[in-house]
Structure formats: C-alpha cells, structure tokens
Design a protein around this ligand. Structure first.
Ligand code: T1G
Length: 706
C-alpha cells in the first residue's frame, strides 16, 4: 500500500483507510486506485476484523474529480469496482463522515456497511447541478435505502441533507460528538464484538408497495415545467425506475450508460465550465496583485453605507446577514427611517416565510444603526456610496468620504454607469477607492462586479474580493469602462432589439425568440421590469456625454416610450401593456415603432426570423465580450460568463455567452457578423469583428484556450 493519497493503517484488529487529497478529497483516479489496492490488501488479511474508511482534512470526499470528466483518467479504476470491493469484504466497513460528503463521496459511503457522521456533516448527491447523475451506484443504492420518493427528491434537488435528517432516514447509523475517528473505531469494534450483520445496500429490494403508482409520471410532469430541456433530471428518473424494477447489476449498468450520455452532453460541459469559472473569477491573477494571502488585507469590521434607498438598504442587508455592523447614512430623517424600515420589512417578510426567526430579525437589526452625520462613518473600515446615479452628486459624496473616512478605510462606489476613476479622484485618496457594483435587489442577486480603478491599491482589491466571499456574493473583477462587463455587453443586445422593433419585429416575437434560446427573460420584458425610464435616462446621459454612436436612430424606441410615459410594468405600459404583471401585446407600440421607422427612413419587413433575432441580439453581445477581454477589462472569458449567468439570466445549460460562442464556433460567429455587416451596412461599426475574436476564429481556437 504505497499510494500518497490513500493510506492503510492498523490499530490492532481494526484497519483505517484514510483518503488525503486536498482540498476536498475529490475521488480522482489515483484515489480510486489507492482504495482498490487498500481493500484488495484487506481482503487477504485475516488479522483484520473491521475497517474504518475516513478522510483527512476539511471534509469527507466531496465528489468525483470533476476535471477528469471527458478525459482518459475518468475510465481508470471504476468507482463501481471500489464499491464492490468494499461491499464484498467479509468484515464490517464503517464510513466516518465529516464536512460535505457529496456525489462520488456519498456513493462511496453508500457502499459501506455502516455510516457514522459528525453533527455538522452534510450529505448530498448534487450531480444534477453539473448536468450529471450519480454515476457510481447512487441512483441504485439510495432508493434501496431511503425509498424512491426521497431518493428522487435528493437527487433532483441536488440539495445537501443534514446529518440529523440522514439519521432520521436511516441513511446514517449514528451521529458522534468528539473525535470522529476514535468514535468510528469504537463503533466498528462493537460491530465486530456483536457479530453485527454486514448490510449491503445492493442486496436490498425497493419496497414497490411504498412507491406511489403516480410518482414517476408526476415527477416527469413537474420536470417538464421547471427543468426546461435539461437532460440529467430526466435520466435520474429513468435510473430510479430501474432501481425499483430491475436487479441491482442491471440497474448499475443502465445507470452507467445514462451517466456517460449526460457526461458527454453539452449541457454538462457548460455546467462544469461554470463551476470552475465561478471559482476562478474569485481569484486575482498572480501578475496583477501577487497572491492575496501574501498581502496585508484590510480587516472589515464595520461598514458604512451612504444612501438608504432601495440599493443602500439591500446592500446593508448583505453585511448584516454576515454579522457585520452597518451605519446607514442619509441626509434627511424621514429618508433614513424609510430606509431602516425597508430593511426591517424585508427581514420580517423572510421570517413570515419561515426562512428566519424573529429573533434573527432582531439580531440583524441590532447591528444596523442610522445617522445623518458623516462623522458617524469615521470608525468604518469600508464605506459604500449608494446615492442617486448622478456624477455631481456622487463626486460630492466621494469628496466628503475622502475627508471623513479614517486612514486605511476602503471607499467604494456602487455606481453602475459612471467613471470610477473620476469618482476616485474626487475622493482625494484613489488608492483606497474601488467600485462595488451590486445588482438589484442587492440582498438577493449573487453577482457583484468589483471595479478596479486605475489607482486602486492591490490589497484594496484583494480585501474586497475576500469580503465578497464573506457576504456570499459571486465577485467578478472589472476594469473601468462604461457599463463595466455586464451592462457594456447589454448595450449592443438592446440596440439590436430596438432596431428589430423598428424593422417590424414585435416585442413578443423578440422576447420569445431570445427566451427559446434560453434567456430567462427577453429584452423587452426585462426593460419593462427594470424600468423604461431607467434605460432611457442612461441613453440620455450617454448622449449628453457624446458617448453614443452617431446613429440618429440609436435606441430611439425606449426614448419614445419614455416620453409617452410608458415606463414599463410600473406604469402598466412599456413595450407591452400590462394586465397585472402579465405582458400583453399592445398595437399602440406597433404604431410607435412604425412612426419611428418612417421618421428615420427604416424599411419595415415581415420576414424577420427567430434565428435572425437571436443572431443579431446575441452575437454582437459575444463580440463585445471579446473586446472586453482584449482591452483587459475582464481577466478571463469565464469571468464574463459568470457575470451573465449570475446577473442577466443567461441559460446555465449554455454556460455563459463566451462558452456558448465556443460551442457555436467562433468562425460561425465571425461569419454571421460579416454577413450582417454586408446586409445592413456597417456605418457605425456595429458589426466590426473584435480583433481577439477574429484572431481566435482564424486560428480555430476558442475563448479561454490556455
Ligand atoms: N472536483 C474537483 N475540484 C473540486 C471539486 C470536485 N468535485 N469540488 C471542489 N473542488 C475544488 C474547487 O474547484 C476549489 O478549487 C476547491 O476545491 C474548493 O472548492 C461519480 C459524477 C465541496 C461544497 O458537485 O460543491 O461526484 O479554486 O471553492 O466553497 O456520481 O466545492 O481552491 O483551486 O467550492 O468550501 C459531485 C462540488 C461531483 C461538489 C466546498 N460533487 N463541490 O465548497 O470550496 S460529480 C459536487 C462543491 C460526482 C459521481 C459524480 C464545493 C464544496 P480551488 P470551493 P467551498
């Protein structure tokens, strides 16, 4: 036994097999080989009466090594052979669970004869979140242990189960306090002393009488609605049917066939890409700021927020949820009280749904104070301005903060459209300034664009990236440009949407085409929800700055709707008319678009296809992403994907716009952009292919290639 990641030790007649492969003991080929060697050795050792299987480090096995999928390593040392070696040992094998036992780790535990866990341990089969299914016997053993319905719920939700729930479902045998390994050795000693039976999940039959005759049909109907087009959930149902109706060996083979189908699917490739991209996005490239852990990060013990409006209140909740005290600053008492009241109301609404207790509401509110005095911000380690989106107003606030905040305090701006460098300069201490662009509602949306200014100190950036993890945000670093990453790419998307409206497409057709591609919400519905007035004001501001293309018809649709008082859902009319929250086609909008088309000499067409809508809305968006990459605004293509997956409803099953472009093929994207340049003219450069995109396409490479 000489595997560096699996060790076999003996304590008298008890053997301990320990996996040690940081950071999460992922079940890689070398671990699987080490386990096979260990259990082969134990099978031939008459001196061993019982076995403990445990992990070193922070957690029991948290799953298969995801990076192995689609590589030759995936096929080495089949986990099912490991499970068979464990089950077929003629002495008890006890699995000692701590941390997050997930996926392949859960399947390893299910193959053991007994399972014990710490009180805080969690167990789960989250494969579905990666477009996979438990491919190591999980779909066959779990129903045999907890029944088909509970097994389906656990595998289709992918949600982890607490140790207590697992105990109640007989998924584990005991919860142990204190030293897990010692308890496990005692437990296996008792099994040996009492000659306890060896329990093999694979030999249990699912009690068919316990399976509701409508369970599978109802599950499939529910999936058809909520898991639109996803492959893995449907295959999980198929596997559980097999667990109920077929012998174990047959079910195991069936499971493996369906697992390979899922693993080879584009959906799973997209979800696995996003898994790693999200983690990469949280890291600063080494060249930029060295390694964060080598830097003097600035401790954030108290946060100030200037502006108690919807954004300021939502931002505050993130810190209160993390137990960080907040001072909320306003200029008028009534505005301050309104802001504090909104925070409390949000918490009480959560409590009314049973997702937090009233005691927790009180605890969070106790951490939140309000003031009308800037002086109250002097002991804050971070102050975030979330005042009205106007340069003069924000500059004045930043100047005050530069004067008031203590040395070393970080000053952040929540601006979504203004120049962070200008705001940083206004503070007089640009090295302490960073952008923190929260997405509304700020207490719900996971995405946070962290905008590094020209002068932002590396440790300020690293501190805020670490703080983002503390407040459970998915942080992506952006450079300074209009709209940073997300809103900058949104611009050509909305531009083409509005051009299509003037050419004769309806809001319904555009939204349906884009939603059929997978976007959570089409552009017209999205703007109606966010506010046509908000969109129009951004365009007006940029027109004032001369930052818009010279195209006279540029985004006139939202301007006109704004002038007509059609501000979207809030006025029951925007691109649609609203009956409650239901969007209804409004012929008045057609007339508005016809008028604008006539005004700007734009020919109306009746042959606009859904394919043209998707190409014209999404390919310029992807092209803008390439420009963002080549300008160094975003560090990685994956970062851009994470922005769009977490902030703009891009379909998870497509992995983000840059991953989707890779799947479509960059040469295809380029050809399409060239096609529209020829067909529509390129006077304003809308169809000019980004240099990086053209180069990658010519070299037959992809975004994110090493
Ligand atoms: N494979 C490879 N690397 C993994 C990994 C995995 N399964 N899980 C985590 N990592 C890396 C991650 O990339 C990061 O790396 C570091 O560990 C810390 O992760 C056959 C097919 C366990 C709850 O889906 O949910 O088993 O950035 O930042 O927030 O049926 O990681 O440090 O270089 O997320 O404390 C099923 C996935 C796989 C669990 C810990 N398992 N992991 O969260 O840390 S498929 C999963 C997680 C499977 C079998 C099937 C979380 C975590 P780096 P982290 P965390």
């Amino acid at each position: 036994m000489d595997s560096p990641v699996v060790t076999l030790t003996r304590n008298g007649a008890i053997a301990v097999v320990t996996i040690d492969r940081p950071p999460v003991n992922a079940l890689s080929a070398d671990v699987r080989r080490g386990l096979l060697d260990a259990f082969d050795e134990l099978a031939d050792d008459p001196g061993v009466a019982g076995v403990v299987l445990a992990c070193a480090g922070r957690t029991f096995v948290a799953g298969a090594e995801i990076s192995e999928f689609g590589t030759p390593a995936f096929s080495e040392a089949d986990p099912n052979d490991v499970h068979a070696a464990i089950e077929n040992l003629n002495i008890p094998v006890v699995c000692a669970l701590h941390g997050t036992t997930l996926g392949g780790g859960m399947e390893l535990a299910l193959a053991c004869h007994y399972r014990i866990a710490t009180p805080t341990a969690k167990l789960g089969l989250p494969e579905v979140t990666l477009g996979l299914l438990p491919g190591g016997g999980g779909t066959q053993r779990l129903p045999r242990l907890i029944g088909a319905a509970d097994a389906l719920e656990m595998m289709l939700s992918g949600a982890p189960m607490s140790a207590q729930t697992a105990l109640e479902k007989d998924l584990i045998d005991v919860i142990v306090e204190g030293n897990l390994l010692e308890a496990a050795q005692r437990f296996v000693g008792e099994l040996v002393a009492t000659r306890a039976p060896l329990r093999l999940a694979s030999e249990v039959d699912v009690d068919r009488a316990s399976v509701s005759p409508t369970l599978f049909a109802e599950t499939r109907t529910s999936l058809a609605k909520k898991a639109r087009g996803a492959i893995a959930p449907a295959r999980i149902v198929d596997c559980v049917v097999a667990a109920v109706t077929r012998p174990f060996a047959e079910g195991l083979k069936y499971e493996r066939d369906l697992f390979v189908e899922c693993m080879n699917s584009r959906q799973s490739a997209a979800l696995r890409h996003a898994f790693f991209a999200e983690r990469e996005a949280g890291k600063l490239p080494g060249n930029l700021a060295g390694n964060a852990k080598d830097m003097d990060l600035r401790p954030i013990r108290k946060v100030g927020i200037v502006g108690a409006g919807t954004m300021g209140g939502g931002i505050a909740m993130n810190f209160l949820n993390a137990g960080i005290p907040v001072v909320l600053l306003e200029v008028k008492q009534d505005a301050l009280e309104r802001g504090l009241g909104l925070i409390r109301k949000n918490y009480e609404a959560t409590a009314s749904k049973g997702r937090m207790t009233l005691e927790q509401v009180a605890q969070r509110m106790a951490l939140c104070s309000g003031s009308l005095e800037y002086a109250e911000l002097q002991d804050c380690d971070l102050v975030i301005e979330a005042v009205f989106e106007n340069m003069d107003i924000k500059k004045a606030v930043m100047t005050r903060l530069g004067e008031v905040c203590k040395p070393g305090a970080i000053i952040a701006t929540n601006t979504s459209t203004l120049d962070v460098d200008v705001l940083a300069a206004a503070s007089g201490r640009a090295a302490d300034v960073v952008g923190m662009h929260f997405f509304s509602p700020a207490n719900v949306m996971r995405l946070l664009e962290v905008v590094r200014g020209r002068d932002t100190a590396p440790e300020v950036l690293a501190t805020v990236m670490g703080l983002a993890r503390t407040i459970k945000k998915v942080a992506v670093v952006s450079g300074v440009c209009f709209g940073f990453i997300g809103n900058r790419m949104l611009e050509p998307y909305l531009r083409e949407c509005e051009s299509l409206l003037l050419e004769g497409a309806t809001p319904t057709q555009i939204d349906h085409a884009v939603e059929a591609f997978g976007m959570a919400m089409g552009p017209c519905r999205m703007i109606d929800m966010a506010g046509v007035d908000v969109a129009a004001k951004v365009v007006l501001e940029r027109r004032k700055e001369g930052a818009l293309p010279a195209d006279p018809s540029y985004r006139t649709a939202c301007q006109m709707l704004f002038e007509l008082g059609r501000h979207g859902q809030k006025t029951a009319a925007g691109y649609y008319r609203y009956e409650g929250r239901t969007p209804v086609h409004d012929p008045e909008v057609d007339r508005v678009m016809e008028g604008l088309a006539a005004q700007y000499g734009i020919a109306r067409r009746s042959d606009i296809s859904d394919e043209e809508i998707v190409e014209r809305c999404l390919y310029p968006l992807m092209n803008e992403g390439a420009k963002i990459l080549e300008e160094g605004i975003a560090y990685r293509a994956g970062d851009i994907d994470i922005v769009w997956l977490n902030g703009y409803g891009f379909p998870a099953l497509k992995g983000g716009p840059m991953h989707a472009a890779n799947v479509i093929g960059l040469e295809q994207i380029v050809a399409c952009l060239d096609h529209y340049a020829d067909k529509r003219g390129n006077a304003f450069g809308y169809w000019t292919v980004a240099g990086l995109l053209g180069d990658l396409a010519a070299a037959e490479r992809a975004f994110g290639d090493a």
